[in-house]
Design a protein around this ligand. Structure first.
Ligand code: GRF
Length: 229
């Protein structure tokens, strides 16, 4: 049997996106293996979930380091010890320095709860409402040194209703994130997806716009081409 692609997941919080990736693997929608969950917070739910599921966990807290570079070097040593093919940020709430990001260039991805390039950074649900937008969503993107600004691979979209609040938007978006992330990771395994000079290539074709879940990309990471089906 060929070796499965190895994922290191990095998470600071409750870990529902990690859980969605784990479930997709268990349900054989995603042919990969999670070799570790790494966190910057000892109390992260993601660490607890992973430990219960028999996945290796590592917690490295920044408070033990006086310099950010030293902290990130310790993270890199831990990650590299698992020899991952992909580093998957799933609610990892730290801005990573450019040495770290370059070290994993083209093999580190993140999920962000907005339709990037709109609403980089925090409080995206509130900002969508403040901007009076009628559409919201989530994006999976390659990580590059500028925060939430790397090329977007795929997005899930949903309408904003008149009576939505930041909480209802967050609640409705999360299940879409749980479909989008495993589907995008499966895309990497089904096709040759590469970052070349800040452009995404899929099977050597430049991706002109992010793939849209349910339209261009199915939940198993297959490309839906016009006329298919
Ligand atoms: C998600 O909303 C994700 O988009 C953002 O952080 C949150 C993580 O949630 N980057 P969880 O820990 O995966 O439940």
């Amino acid at each position: 049997m060929s070796e499965l692609p190895r994922l290191v997941i990095m998470a600071s919080g409750r870990g529902s996106n990690y859980q969605a990736i784990h479930d997709a693997i268990e349900q054989r929608r995603l042919a990969a293996t999670v070799c570790a969950v790494i966190s910057d917070r000892a109390g992260a739910g993601a660490l607890q979930l992973a430990a219960e599921q028999g996945i290796d966990t590592v917690c490295i807290e920044p408070r033990h380091f006086s310099e950010r570079n030293d902290y990130e070097r310790a993270l890199m040593t831990a990650i590299d010890g698992f020899a991952p093919n992909w580093v998957v940020l799933a609610g990892f709430m730290r801005v990573l320095g450019s040495d770290f990001v370059r070290h994993y260039g083209g093999r580190m991805v993140n999920i962000h709860p907005s339709l990037l390039p709109r609403h980089r950074g925090l409080h995206t649900h509130r900002r969508v409402l403040e901007a009076g937008e009628d559409e919201h969503g989530a994006s999976v993107h390659f990580v590059t040194p500028a925060l939430d600004a790397g090329p977007v691979i795929a997005q899930a979209r949903m309408p904003v209703a008149r009576d939505d609040t930041a909480d209802t938007l967050a609640d409705r978006l999360l299940p879409l994130e749980h479909r989008l992330y495993p589907a995008t990771l499966a895309l990497f395994l089904n096709h040759r997806v590469e970052l070349r000079d800040e452009e995404i290539c899929i099977d050597d074709q430049t991706l002109a716009a992010p793939l849209r879940l349910g339209r261009d990309l199915d939940d198993d990471g297959r490309l839906v081409r016009p006329g298919d089906g």
